[in-house]
Structure formats: structure tokens, C-alpha cells
Write a protein that binds this ligand. Structure first.
Ligand code: GLC
Length: 745
């Protein structure tokens, strides 16, 4: 009896694994059978992705000839089904079309921008948001999204920092995996599952001067240490597709980058998903100056393993002649078509190609809106709270709600939310009036009607409103259009006259709660001094208003932590926590105004800092306050050293020493004190978000092993080196006292 029972226990995983293997082989058999029937033109047709022109003649012609594999941006369900019927029922082989759309941080129910979602340090809420986006988008016929964007970046001048998960490879990797899991669900064949797309592969976040589409210079070691880890994590998470980035790396555009797309993605990582170009990125290699014409661009992209040409018309125009002339092997075409067909089979498109038109669409459900609100609550980072101004108490009888973002339903959604409906947004003003209007008198005066406005008259009105209030709730930041793709700024101050607005209100002497709603870190050092409390809320999405109202009035407690450094000045960029120590780490800082007139050249220090900014950020990566306080005990460490194949445990106790229950993000940082290459002063290697009741204590622990200590060597291989390491369990990337441990041979 016992043996038989144990036998079945052992058999189950074997049966499961063999079931997966057999389904893969079944799919591969179907792909081979279909491929064998396809003409060269039909194969190339699958590699062509175009944006929808509805039921136009061109569209019908392309489909009838089997010349389109995927369509993006068709948002009418009936049209999707009509186009699909043309492909499935009228083209020669009936291969279904893959309909796609950028669903980056929500489809109809908009979640905080990904940078804000990263500030939650809560992978579950991020996964939930992606799952909701998939349910909403697939109900409209979309089965492939171009997300997550997992480009690490340390440059807030770059507009696409909004779409990123910030400056850290580890946090970005965790968040990217959560989004992939949410988008793709338990099985791609589920009609509510949407293929994810890890983008932009790779190094896009290193764009020179923070200007979009610009060149990047990334040494192989840094590429592998900093920019590739989130993409490798995406492969592990089963990302169904990858997208090439627009940029060149050291002169080689990603759409022609054999080393990136073949050596690393296919050969090292064994990736068998679909690699799609970015919009026109194959064609743009002519602009890059690496291709003479579209034919050469098609050839280079094909040789670099780009499976599908998004809106470049390179493949559809030139691949046939390139194959017929022998300049491109049909084997390469077959590999790409296999990758495309494999995704379509996995999505179940051959069995269920159509989207249900009649059912009531699951949009803006109570669950979706509640999750979006929770995500917005957890994405807000409390930077300052002088005299515990927040949360407002019943002593506050009148509030003035002021600022261009106080009632901006479209702007609070942020960038990349094509299908959003601002009429569904709940703004901070609307939420405060509705949810707390019976508790306080609300005086509303935007002052500036949009973030770039310059208006002395508007500011005067705002001042008058402020004078009637006990506290001013000031919502500042950026319009959505100042953030996202190609929305780069050389100066990242608050736009327009917002600084004059806060200056004028500050003169009234009223306490100010400043809430920043933006798509990037802004340089707000001066404004910080004038505000008593500051919440950095990014663009918080549909439910930003209710989230901020609950935070301001205390029904919710801030738990966000910065996923990216806030610089004091734009000239400090790039400034990030995981920096190198340099040969002259900043000491004896003499700031520019402290240097005596006529001081001798050698009278001021010679170390690494800016005379007019010092060497520290305004706020560091990982920073965020709460309405309570947390005390970290000394760490306990299970061993003073480990060998290459064992591990140690490090733990500490975190006490909630305040009066409210709250969540804290305990962060694990490690420093390799001496390496064959200079190593960062700290690197995030783990985190735990824990909820601790007032007065209670909770233990957090992490396991450290040699793999966590590896870094890329000049030969491209990741190795850990024996030596001494420091580690911290801390509330941000600057605080805490380290423990020492060693890694032995
Ligand atoms: C854009 C973006 C990319 C997006 C694609 C389709 O230019 O770079 O992120 O997915 O085109 O809209």
C-alpha cells in the first residue's frame, strides 16, 4: 500500500512534466505541418506587423494574400472579428491574426504609471494590476501587449522613465516578472491571457543625455550587470515576446544586434519566444547610418534574428528577393515563422480566433477600481511630514485644494494609456469633496489650470483661497504629455509658474501639504523647504484621487519607497545609489557659497562632488516615510562566512514604535568590498514588505549565497569572488549599519 501510494506521489510530477513536453511537441508538429504548406510569401506575411486601417482595401488585400501576421491598434471589436474572419476563413491557410496594443499600466482602469507601481515594492499588487489590464484588454480582442517596459534607467530627463521601474536591476526584474505573470495568467491559452513583451531589448535607458532614441555607450560588463538582468528575469518568467530597442549600443542598433539577439537571447538564454522590432526600428537603421536602404535593413535585421517587423515594411518589401538571391537563408525565415506560429498556437488562436462581442465587458469593476486605488495608495512616497501635519486631524476645519494637478482627470493618468477614459478618473479634489466633504470645508482654486501655465492672476486667486483655509493641499507636477516617449526634458523643475505658486502660498504662512503628481523625479529642493509635508505620488491613475484623499486624512498610511533617486539638481544626473566609490569618495565638502573669496586653488578639497550640489541626492533610492516609526534591531547573522556552495541567514527585528499599523519595506543591500573590478557601494539583493501593527515587532530574514555575490567579468562570465562583504538590512539605500561576512574559496 505504502509503496503504491508513494509511487503515485512520484508519478504526478513526472506525468505533469511529460504532459507539458508532449503539448510542446504536439504544437511543434502542428507548426511543422503548417510551415510545410506555406509559400515563401505567406511565411514573410507572418513576419509583417501593421497598424490597423480598419476594413480598408489595403488591409483586406494584405490579409487575403496572407501578408500580415499581426495588427496593432485596432480597437473596434466588430472590426477585429471581421479582419480575423478574412484571415481565418478567406486566406489560403487560415492563419489567425494576432491583435496587439500597448497596455502598459491599465487598459480602461488605469493603474499608477510603472514607476509609481515600482514605488509600491509590492509585486502582488503589480501582478494584480496586470491581470486586471489583461482581463479588460482581452475582452476587447487584444491578445498581445507591449509591456512590461523593463529598461533600467538613471536619467529622469528621459521621458520614458515613467514607463520604467526605476534605477535598480533587481527591483525592475521583480516588477517585470510580476507584470508578465499578471498579463499572461496561468496559461496563455486562457482567453483572458495576453502575451507579454519584455521591452526594449536592450540598454535603452542609458540613452545619452536623457534624450530619447539617442545613442548609448555601454561596456559589456555594465550591459550584463545593469541592463540585462531584468530581461533575463523576464525569460525565466516565461515572457512570450521581446521587443528590440530603438537605440544603438556602441554603434550597433538593437534591430541589427547579432550579439544581443542571437548570442545572448537565443544561445545563452535559450529563449524561444517571439522577437519583434520596435515601430519602424528596422527601417530606422537607415537613419542610424548602418544601412544603405530598406533592403539592407531587412537583411541585417533578419541576420540578427528579429522575427517580426513592426511597421517597417522592410520584410514585406525585400525578404523574398533576399531569399531568392541567397542573401538570406529561408531557414532563418522558417525559424522566425516558427516563433510567431508557436505564440499563436499557445494563445489558442487557431481554436478560438474570435472575440465575444455580445458579453458585458468586465471594465471598471469594483475589484479593478479597488485594486487601482490600493496600488495608488502604495505608490505614494512620503518624503516629509513636519510636526506630523499628516494625516490631517479633526482640528483642521477648512482645506484649500489648489494646484494644476488637483483636478486634472486626464493628466493624473500619466503617459501610455491610449484607451483610458478620463471621465472615469476620480481627481483629488473630487475625492476630497465626496469622501471628506462632511468632515472639512473644501475651498477649490487651481491657481494654475495646467502645469505649464504662467498666470499671476491665477496665483493671486489661489492665495486668496489659501488665506481662508487651515491647511493648503497643493497638487503640483506635470501634465501627462510632458512624460513618456520622446517627452524628454533638459530641466526637470516643476514646469510653468508652479514654483511661484508655492512661493506665494508659502507667504500666507498656512501649512502646506505638497503632493507631486509627475512622470519622473523632479528637482523640488526649493519647494520642499516651503512645504510642511510632501507626498511624491507620480501619476497615480484612475483612482489617484481617492488614494490621496485616504492618505491625507489618515484612512491609509503611506508605505511607498523611491524606486529611483531624487536629485537635488539636474546637473547631478546620472546620480544613483549603486554608484562606485571612486578613488576619492566625497569628503570635506566645501560648497560653492562656503568658499572664501580669493581662496587659494589648493585650499578647497579634492574629492568627488559638485561644488554647487555636494555629493548626495535630495532623497535616496529606497527612501520613504510613514505615519509611524520603525526601529531596526541589530542584525543577527548565522555565520561569519560562507563557501561557494553554502549560505548564511541574516535577520533583524523591526518594531513599529508608533501609534498606527503600517507597512515597511526592509531592504537587503550587499557590498563587495574588494573585487577584480570596482564594485558598487551597495547593491539591492532582496526586500520584504511587512505589515506591522502599532507596538508590535516582526522578524525579517534573508538567505545569502554565493550566487547573489556574482558579477560580470571582462570575459562576460558571472562569478563571485572570495573576499569580504558588507551587508545591510535597512529602510533605504543610505541608512543602517553593516555587518561583515566573508566568502571563502
Ligand atoms: C513605440 C514604443 C514601443 C511601443 C511601440 C508600439 O514607439 O517605442 O514601446 O510598444 O511603438 O506602439
Amino acid at each position: 500500500m505504502t509503496i503504491r501510494k508513494h509511487f503515485w506521489l512520484l508519478a504526478i510530477p513526472t506525468l505533469f512534466l511529460s504532459a507539458c513536453a508532449s503539448s510542446e511537441s504536439k504544437t511543434d508538429k502542428k507548426i511543422d505541418q503548417l510551415l510545410s504548406k506555406m509559400t515563401l510569401v505567406e511565411k514573410i506575411g507572418q513576419m509583417n506587423q501593421v497598424t490597423s486601417t480598419g476594413m480598408s482595401g489595403d488591409m483586406k488585400g494584405l490579409i487575403n494574400g496572407g501578408n500580415v501576421g499581426s495588427i496593432l491598434n485596432e480597437m473596434d471589436i466588430k472590426t477585429i472579428n471581421k479582419l480575423q474572419r478574412l484571415a481565418v476563413e478567406e486566406s489560403r491557410l487560415g492563419i489567425p491574426i494576432l491583435f496587439s496594443r500597448d497596455v502598459i499600466h491599465g487598459f480602461k482602469t488605469i493603474f499608477p504609471i510603472p514607476l509609481g507601481q515600482a514605488a509600491t515594492w509590492n509585486p502582488q499588487i503589480v501582478e494584480d494590476g496586470a491581470r486586471i489590464a489583461a482581463i479588460e484588454a482581452t475582452s476587447q480582442g487584444i491578445r498581445w501587449t507591449f509591456a512590461p517596459m523593463i529598461d533600467v534607467t538613471r536619467d529622469p530627463r528621459w521621458g520614458r522613465v515613467a514607463e520604467s521601474c526605476g534605477e535598480d536591476p533587481y527591483l525592475t526584474g521583480i516588477m517585470g516578472q510580476a507584470m508578465i505573470k499578471g498579463f499572461q495568467g496561468d496559461s496563455l491559452s486562457n482567453p483572458t491571457s495576453m502575451a507579454a513583451c519584455a521591452k526594449h531589448f536592450a540598454g535603452y535607458g542609458a540613452t545619452e543625455s536623457g534624450k530619447d532614441y539617442n545613442t548609448t555607450w555601454i561596456p559589456e560588463v555594465q550591459l550584463r550587470d545593469t541592463y540585462l538582468p531584468p530581461f533575463k528575469a523576464a525569460v525565466k518568467a516565461g515572457a512570450a515576446s521581446f521587443m528590440c530597442s530603438f537605440n544603438d549600443i556602441n554603434g550597433v542598433p538593437s534591430s541589427a544586434n547579432v550579439h544581443l539577439n542571437k548570442d545572448i537571447l537565443r544561445d545563452e538564454w535559450k529563449y524561444d519566444g517571439l522577437l519583434v522590432s520596435d515601430w519602424g526600428s528596422i527601417q530606422e537603421m537607415i537613419n542610424h547610418g548602418v544601412c544603405t536602404d530598406l533592403k539592407e535593413a531587412a537583411q541585417k535585421a533578419m541576420l540578427a534574428g528579429v522575427d517580426m517587423d513592426m511597421m517597417g515594411y522592410a520584410y514585406i518589401s525585400h525578404l523574398k528577393e533576399l531569399v531568392e538571391s541567397g542573401e538570406v537563408s529561408e531557414k532563418l525565415i522558417d525559424e522566425s515563422v516558427r516563433n510567431i506560429l508557436r505564440l499563436k498556437f499557445k494563445l489558442g488562436l487557431f481554436d478560438n480566433p474570435y472575440v465575444q462581442e455580445s458579453v458585458i465587458k468586465p471594465l471598471y469593476t469594483d475589484v479593478a477600481l479597488e485594486k487601482a486605488k490600493q496600488a495608488a495608495i502604495e505608490s505614494a512616497v512620503l518624503l516629509k511630514n513636519e510636526n506630523a501635519l499628516l494625516p490631517l486631524t479633526e482640528k483642521v476645519r477648512t482645506v484649500a485644494v489648489i494646484g494644476p494637478l488637483s483636478d486634472a482627470p486626464a493628466d493624473q493618468l500619466g503617459t501610455w494609456c491610449f484607451d483610458a477614459e478620463p471621465e472615469h478618473s476620480v481627481t483629488p479634489l473630487a475625492a476630497i469633496q465626496k469622501m471628506y466633504g462632511d468632515q472639512v470645508k473644501v475651498i477649490a482654486e487651481k491657481g494654475l489650470t495646467y502645469s505649464r501655465e504662467k498666470s499671476a492672476e491665477g496665483i493671486a486667486k489661489a492665495v486668496r483661497a489659501a488665506q481662508k483655509a487651515d491647511v493648503v493641499l497643493l497638487f503640483l507636477g506635470e501634465e501627462a504629455v510632458l512624460s513618456g516617449e520622446a517627452r524628454c526634458r533638459a530641466d526637470i523643475n516643476l514646469p510653468g509658474d508652479q514654483n511661484k505658486l508655492i512661493e506665494a502660498i508659502n507667504k500666507t504662512g498656512k501649512p502646506i501639504v505638497m503632493v507631486i503628481m509627475a512622470g519622473r523625479p523632479l528637482t523640488i529642493a526649493k519647494e520642499m523647504e516651503m512645504a510642511d509635508a510632501v507626498l511624491y505620488a507620480f501619476h497615480g491613475g484612475t483612482m489617484a484621487g481617492p488614494a490621496l484623499a485616504d492618505l491625507i486624512f489618515g484612512k491609509a498610511v503611506p508605505s511607498g519607497k523611491l524606486p529611483i533617486t531624487l536629485p537635488r539638481m539636474v546637473g547631478q544626473i546620472p546620480i544613483y545609489y549603486a554608484h562606485k566609490n571612486t578613488g576619492r569618495p566625497a569628503t570635506d565638502i566645501d560648497l560653492i557659497d562656503d568658499i572664501p573669496v580669493g581662496a587659494a586653488q589648493t585650499s578647497v578639497g579634492f574629492s568627488s562632488y559638485h561644488l554647487d550640489a555636494g555629493d548626495s541626492p535630495l532623497f535616496p533610492f529606497g527612501f520613504g516615510l510613514s505615519y509611524t516609526t520603525f526601529q531596526y534591531s541589530e542584525m543577527s547573522i548565522s555565520a561569519s562566512g560562507i563557501s561557494m556552495n553554502d549560505s548564511l541567514t541574516v535577520a533583524c527585528e523591526i518594531s513599529n514604535t508608533g501609534k498606527v499599523d503600517a507597512s515597511e519595506v526592509a531592504q537587503l543591500y550587499i557590498q563587495d568590498m574588494v573585487g577584480s573590478l570596482a564594485r558598487p557601494v551597495r547593491e539591492l539583493k532582496g526586500f520584504q514588505k511587512v505589515r506591522i501593527k502599532a507596538g508590535q515587532t516582526q522578524k525579517v530574514s534573508f538567505t545569502i549565497d554565493a550566487e547573489m555575490l556574482e558579477f560580470c567579468h571582462a570575459d562576460g562570465i558571472f562569478r563571485a569572488e572570495p573576499g569580504t562583504f558588507q551587508l545591510w538590512i535597512s529602510p533605504d539605500s543610505q541608512s543602517g549599519s553593516p555587518e561583515i561576512f566573508t566568502l571563502k574559496k
